[in-house]
Design a protein around this ligand. Structure first.
Ligand code: DXP
Ligand SMILES: NCC(=O)COP(=O)(O)O
Length: 253
């Protein structure tokens, strides 16, 4: 079954908006796990607009499910943080400092040499590496040459076009996923996935191991409550026909 990693960035956004500790990010992470989340994802950005670097150290002490840290390895502080915290997984995202949110994947062809070195630095510390990429088979194929364990498909285009034609919206992701299988990469996905678009995606993308979902899930929790909402997302990921079992991946840590 595709695993659900809950991104708690927006919990930190709400907390920071008043300068106190409400909502308590650490307690929310514990509760997300208790409610069924199979992972916790955070994306500490250089401006610490939501997740602060200190949060990551505190979360490391309490997260018992998969801990996934996202960020840009161009930032030395991010590299140092991840190598110190040693999460289960690091997802490398080529975001510039001023971006509102993540909006593109790596050019794994142009950045092959650089990413190869970075991937090794994390793998040498026992950290699984996932590269955030657009749903382009050539970017997936080139990602494999860096030695990465997985790629994460950037799903904003799927979410944006889902309503105009679901098969057409999913087609590039199926092709990218088939390339991932061909080159022996594990497969994650994320960005703008929600209760409406998730089930079709999970049922039709071969080898999908993990989705990380935050913004829509936190918005849904305002109406349905956090426990209910996590259960609703897990329900979208359950009863997936076999054939989407986790694929053992070379170098998987
Ligand atoms: C990499 C990705 O697509 C998202 O996880 C992103 O990290 C969300 O960041 P914000 O929560 O800052 O929009
Ligand atoms: N990698 C995607 C993620 O962690 C959450 O993205 P979103 O659901 O907040 O768009």
């Amino acid at each position: 079954m595709t695993r659900l990693s809950v991104n708690i960035n927006k919990i930190a956004t709400l907390r920071n908006s008043r300068g106190g500790n409400n909502p308590d990010l650490i307690q929310v992470a514990k509760d997300c796990e208790a409610f069924g989340a199979q992972g916790i994802t955070v994306h500490p950005r250089p401006d610490e607009r939501h997740i602060r670097y200190d949060d990551v150290y505190a979360l490391k002490e309490i997260v018992t499910a998969e801990f996934n840290i996202e960020g840009n390895c161009d930032e030395e502080k991010f590299m140092d943080l991840v190598l110190a915290v040693k999460p289960h997984q690091v997802t490398l995202v080529p975001d510039a400092r001023g971006q509102l949110t993540s909006n593109h994947g790596w050019n794994t062809i142009e950045n092959k040499r650089y990413l190869t070195d970075v991937v090794k630095a994390f793998q040498d510390e026992g950290i699984r590496v996932s590269l955030f990429v657009d749903p382009l088979p050539e970017m997936v194929e080139a990602a494999a040459a860096t030695g990465t364990d997985r790629v994460e498909l950037y799903t904003e285009a799927y979410a944006s076009h889902y309503h105009q034609g679901i098969e057409l919206a999913a087609a590039p992701y199926i092709q990218a996923a088939e390339m991932a299988q061909k080159v022996g990469l594990g497969l994650n996905a994320g960005h703008d996935l929600d209760l409406n678009n998730l089930q079709y995606f999970a049922r039709n993308i071969p080898g999908l191991q993990e989705v990380s979902i935050g913004h829509a899930l936190v918005c849904d929790a305002l109406y349905y409550g956090l426990e209910n909402t996590i259960q609703m997302y897990l329900q979208r990921l359950s009863n997936i026909p076999t054939g989407n079992e986790e694929i053992p991946v070379k170098g998987e840590v």
